[in-house]
Design a protein around this ligand. Structure first.
Ligand code: URP
Ligand code: ZN
Ligand code: ZN
Ligand code: ZN
Length: 481
């Protein structure tokens, strides 16, 4: 099985140039003009198309059991929807229930992910702490190719991490050469505000953003960043949605701290007015955490992405249909939190980013693919067009357009937060492991063909940080008796 992508413009995070790309055995084998290829090789005419690394969505939740229900998108339907939009890898989350042995949860998620049609990998959430968690983190890094651990600072009485757990786990991450990541929201403050807002008689989805003002996020982001600073460990902040947390990241980076930030396509493009909509289903369809913010914050997030203080874009793809959202009809705090977007992220970002002149095509590749591959240590296997890389490629029509709708999308959800938006920039062909999985509007994904991508522990960054920690080890004062 071999395939030649002929006549396109290769666009990577660094360069744009005309070349053919030859793929066989799931890998890119050659790049150049007028390549000689074996007889019988399938040829895809890339004519006026851009040839880019397939998208990496570093934040998804397929079939997540959450808030009393289970996300409606499974690993097959979700990876297929991703392929239709040019995304060829996801990093999903293993989220153990409190006290659940971490390895049990890990094996449970690995079993669910076997359905995936494109490659996948996992962050593992640390939701509680004891000696077994300390040990299992080591097993995951050393034997299972996990190099990042997630900490939910929100969702009190469920998966929320206390500060003690954050400290223990961050410190273990430094020992192991693994990246700690945080969902930064102060869960105690959210809990308190939810109660107050409900007491005031506000029970609808408009209560959701009121219970999660930007201070909730800014405080938690700053706390996590300061803990990481004191322990001298890097930190990755997921779904940065507001100026306060972006400022905390920017300040830390300016001081030389290795802090990374992710932004969701939804937070860049959708504002808080959705929660005021008179249609309950529409407003509840947008309930996710952190909530959508005002224009001021959206502008700040775009600047964060342009300046490089935010490096990655994701979706937090976590689908709940209207009947699931209805669980919170009487109490907004019971509406399952989550929105979809894996199919639309690349088009929405091309349209709002590149077509509007905010990002160059090379920067687009960086923020949709390459930077995530680098930060999570799978570059250049993923996130690059280079010989030896996985043949996960999207052939992009910069001038093609489509109108997003739940009626036509491939996501397994009855709602689309980008409903009705016409976007410029579409995936015409998507290759996963060198095979066409999406071509001219036809989905050809096959259940179970995705591979688990093991991600090695970090080398040089952590070596440097561990060395720095050791050199700055305080010493006891020697005193006379
Ligand atoms: O509302 C959200 N984001 N749901 C998924 C879980 C999380 O917080 O990422
Ligand atoms: Zn195992
Ligand atoms: Zn989150
Ligand atoms: Zn999430």
């Amino acid at each position: 099985m071999s395939i030649l992508i002929k006549g396109g413009t290769v666009v990577t995070a660094d360069l744009s140039y005309r070349a053919d790309v030859y793929c066989a055995e799931g890998k890119i084998q050659a790049i150049g003009e007028n390549l000689d290829v074996p007889a019988g090789c399938e040829v895809v005419d890339a004519g006026d198309l851009l040839v880019m690394p397939g998208g990496i969505d570093p934040h998804t939740h397929m079939q997540l059991p959450f808030m009393g229900t289970v996300a409606s998108e499974d690993f097959f339907t979700g990876s297929s929807a991703g392929a239709a939009g040019g995304t060829t890898s996801i990093i999903d989350f293993v989220i153990p229930a409190p006290q659940q042995p971490i390895m049990d949860a890990y094996h449970q998620w690995m079993d669910w992910a076997k359905k995936s049609a494109t490659d996948y990998s996992f962050h593992v959430a640390i939701t509680w702490w004891d000696e077994s968690v300390y040990k299992d983190m080591g097993t995951l890094v050393q034997e299972h190719g996990i190099n990042s651990f997630k900490h939910f600072m929100a969702y009190k009485n469920a998966i929320m991490c206390e500060d003690e757990t954050l400290v223990n786990s961050f410190s273990r991450c430094l020992e192991l050469g693994a990246m700690p990541t945080v969902h930064a929201e102060n869960g105690d403050l959210v809990f308190h505000l939810q109660k107050k807002i409900l007491e005031r008689g506000i029970t609808g989805p408009e209560g959701h953003p009121l219970s999660r003002p930007t201070e909730v996020e800014g405080e938690a982001a700053n706390r996590a960043i300061r803990i990481a600073q004191a322990l001298n460990v890097p930190l990755y902040c997921v779904h940065v949605s507001c100026e306060e947390s972006l400022q905390a990241i920017t300040r830390a980076r300016n001081e030389g701290q290795r802090v990374y930030g992710e932004v969701l396509a939804g937070h860049l493009e959708i504002d808080e007015s959705v929660y005021q909509n008179e249609d309950w289903d529409y407003a509840a369809g947008h309930v996710m955490s952190p909530p959508f913010r005002s224009k001021k914050h959206q502008d700040a997030l775009w600047k964060g992405l342009q300046s490089g203080n935010l490096q990655t874009t994701a979706t937090d793809h976590c689908c709940f249909c209207a009947d699931q959202k209805a669980m919170g009809k009487k109490d907004f705090s019971m509406i399952p939190n989550g929105t979809a977007g894996i199919e639309d992220r690349m088009s929405v970002l091309w349209d709002s980013g590149v077509a509007s002149g905010k990002l160059t095509p090379n920067e687009f590749v960086g923020v949709t693919s390459t930077n995530a591959a680098k930060i999570f240590n799978i570059y250049p296997r993923k996130g690059s067009i280079s010989v030896g890389a996985d043949a996960d490629i999207v052939l992009w029509d910069a001038n093609g357009s489509r109108t997003i709708s739940a009626k036509t999308h491939h996501q397994n959800i009855d709602f689309n937060i980008f409903e009705g938006r016409t976007v410029k920039g579409i995936a015409v062909h998507t290759l996963s492991q060198g095979k066409l999985v999406w071509t001219n509007g036809e989905l050809r994904t096959v259940r179970g063909t995705g591979k688990n991508i093991k991600r090695p522990a970090y080398g040089s960054t952590f070596d440097a940080m561990q060395k720095h920690t050791a050199q700055n080890e305080p010493k006891a004062v020697v005193r006379n008796k």
